[in-house]
Design a protein around this ligand. Structure first.
Ligand SMILES: CC(C)(COP(=O)(O)OP(=O)(O)OC[C@H]1O[C@@H](n2cnc3c(N)ncnc32)[C@H](O)[C@@H]1OP(=O)(O)O)[C@@H](O)C(=O)NCCC(=O)NCCS
Length: 330
């Protein structure tokens, strides 16, 4: 017997901006087609932040929804962790803007940068905070305004990304029937250049040259990332199932990073997961980086596809390189 509390998901929330950028809209900007994008990625449209919408504003709406879902008041939150690669500004942390708007007076607040794996990294951090007994409630956010770092002159990247925010409220729980059972985080910084935004950091501070070379936008090696994503997704799921002694039947749903429909189908097909056990919203949302897993999780719960007692596996991978998984009993 141990008194150590577990960390459980008490509630979720998400926000997707109203403004839609369809494949047909992109055809007016770059040399592409609805057919090419649909076949290669599964994306039909993505949502883009409107004027005045930012990473923090979307995060606040998603967080208010998550707090309501959890029945937790903002003042009860002990820590706010925001995973993002598109912070409100470099200083201060986006989490501080969220803390202020929510009125989370007791909360510590900081950001983490683990690209598309950010929410999974945040789950492990939240788990450790809660299991140590230090914190009772953690608000974990993934929020991205990728449209502001996307080059709409580059057809190889601009078709992929969308904006949005997803939040989970984690709580201390002594109920052994629920909680984060397992997390696994990985990285390989040697391959940092496979997915990068080179400009406006300490290596290439903002300058006219940086802007002229369009270094303020994301650059990706799509083909290489494709192979990495299929492999890491399979490896993460096999590892999680092995470590937690789970069969396909035991897993209600895999909630994967919405990277590319073909990548997800290829990995899940090889692992023997039927389509109804994989949550997909990439057709509507595109890739929203750290927001992708929590938005998908929230949608699956609100659609009634996931209920208390279900065991899920979340997986994500992206820039860094970073990748990771989490097994949760809801
Ligand atoms: C980007 C991605 C969709 C490209 O699909 P792909 O099947 O690998 O396609 P390729 O990059 O090999 O390009 C094939 C051809 O289509 C062309 N092409 C690229 N983008 C295009 C577009 N938007 N419309 C039409 N043609 C396009 C290429 O120029 C290339 O032409 P070529 O054969 O004449 O050289 C795919 O690689 C992918 O999803 N990668 C991972 C995405 C990623 O990194 N996400 C972020 C990390 S989480």
């Amino acid at each position: 017997m141990t008194d150590k509390p577990g960390a459980a998901i008490a509630g979720t929330g998400s926000y997707i901006p109203e403004k839609v950028l369809s494949n047909f809209d992109l055809m007016k900007l770059v040399d592409t087609s609805d057919e090419w994008i649909t076949v290669r990625t599964g994306i039909k449209e993505r949502h883009i932040a409107g004027e005045g919408e930012t990473t923090a504003s979307m995060a606040v709406t998603a967080s208010e929804r998550a707090l309501e879902d959890a029945g937790v008041r903002a003042e009860q939150i002990d820590a706010i962790i925001c995973a993002t690669i598109t912070p409100e500004m470099p200083l201060p942390a986006t989490a501080c803007f969220i803390q202020d708007k929510l009125g989370a007076e007791q909360a510590a607040a900081f950001d983490i940068a683990a690209a598309c794996s950010g929410f999974i990294y945040g789950l492990e951090i939240s788990k450790m905070f809660i299991e140590s007994g230090r914190y009772e409630h953690v608000l974990l956010v993934g929020s991205e305004t990728l449209s502001r770092i996307t080059d709409y002159q580059d057809r190889t990247t601009c078709i992929l990304f969308g904006d949005g925010a997803g939040t989970a409220v984690l709580k201390a729980s002594n109920d052994r029937q629920e909680g984060i059972i397992y997390t696994n985080l990985k990285s390989d910084g040697h391959k940092w250049d496979m997915l990068q935004l080179p400009g406006c950091g300490s290596r290439y501070p903002a300058s006219q040259e940086v802007l002229d070379k369009r270094m303020q936008y994301m650059k990706i090696q799509g083909r290489a990332i494709y192979k990495f994503a299929v492999n890491s997704m399979q490896e993460l799921i096999v590892d999680a199932m092995k470590k937690c002694d789970l069969s396909v039947d035991d897993v209600k749903m895999v909630v994967p990073h919405q990277v590319n429909r073909r990548i997800i189908d290829s990995a899940m097909g090889k692992l023997g997961f039927p389509a109804e056990k994989v949550y997909i919203n990439i057709d509507r949302c595109g890739n929203t980086s750290s927001a992708s897993v929590p938005i998908a999780l929230d949608e699956a719960r609100r659609e009634g596809k996931l209920v208390a007692g279900d065991t899920i596996i979340m997986v994500a991978f992206g820039g860094g390189l970073t990748w990771g998984s989490a097994v949760v009993k809801l």
